[in-house]
Design a protein around this ligand. Structure first.
Ligand code: AMP
Ligand code: MN
Length: 217
């Protein structure tokens, strides 16, 4: 990540800053795609209300609650489950880039490993009892870590649009937790850049479709 990393304590020392906390929940899995491609790990992300992919979590008012308590409150709303996230799960804090918000925003990122059954419980609750379902959260998604014959899978996933530094947080976590070989990740990202360019051509075609309609209305 380009912007400087802060420790949890350094981040909290900024009295005038706003804070947002998000978490990557993941598990190991022995399941296979089409009975032959190992899925290896389940990583949960979400389709947000703004159409961007991101991690669950949100703003925390650290003058009123501890960062982790605020994160758990956000998770209760977005996922419909009570999870315990601790200081030990804090992986990263940075000043948010791309926003000129005043006061400055610090984004905290946590990583928590669960059992596969717990991940499935989160998925079920998030689509049924979670308060934010269908509003702030349009749906939870799993990150495909494999590469299909046609080069899809992880590379296509990475070519979508992400909120803030969520894509970097994902890639950084995959490397740091050794969830994927660096070489495989590198290949997937190179392919993502190509997919991205092709996506622009596709968007142009969709745009042309609306233009034709507008001319007739
Ligand atoms: P939320 O309430 O989840 O939208 O999060 C509060 C703010 O944190 C958002 O408006 C974004 O600016 C920022 N944000 C959300 N997700 C991430 C992320 N994964 N990485 C960095 N910043 C994020
Ligand atoms: Mn949120």
């Amino acid at each position: 990540m380009a912007n400087a990393q802060l420790s949890r304590a350094e981040a909290l020392a900024c009295s005038g800053c706003r804070h947002a906390c998000h978490v990557m929940l993941y598990s190991d899995t022995k399941s296979q795609l089409f009975g032959r491609t190992p899925i290896k790990h389940i990583i949960l992300m979400q389709m947000r209300f703004d159409g961007l992919l991101g991690f669950p979590g949100g703003f925390v008012n650290q003058s009123q609650e501890r960062l982790e308590a605020g994160l758990c409150r956000e998770l209760q709303e977005e996922l419909g489950v009570t999870l315990s996230i601790s200081e030990d799960d804090h992986a990263d804090a940075r000043y948010a880039t791309g926003t000129n918000s005043s006061p400055r925003l610090i984004t905290h990122f946590y990583v928590k490993k669960l059992k596969e059954e717990q991940i499935k419980e989160v998925e079920q609750a998030s689509a049924s009892t979670a308060k934010d379902h269908g509003q702030e959260v349009l749906g939870m998604v799993r990150v495909p870590l494999y590469t299909t014959k046609g080069g899809g899978g992880l590379s296509s996933f990475l070519s979508h649009a992400f909120i803030g530094s969520a894509r970097t947080q994902l890639v950084d976590s995959l490397l740091r937790l050794h969830l994927l070989a660096p070489e495989d990740l590198h290949k997937a990202l190179k392919h993502s850049l190509k997919t991205h360019a092709l996506g622009a051509v596709d968007l142009q075609a969709a745009l042309a479709l609306t233009e034709a309609k507008r001319d007739h209305s």
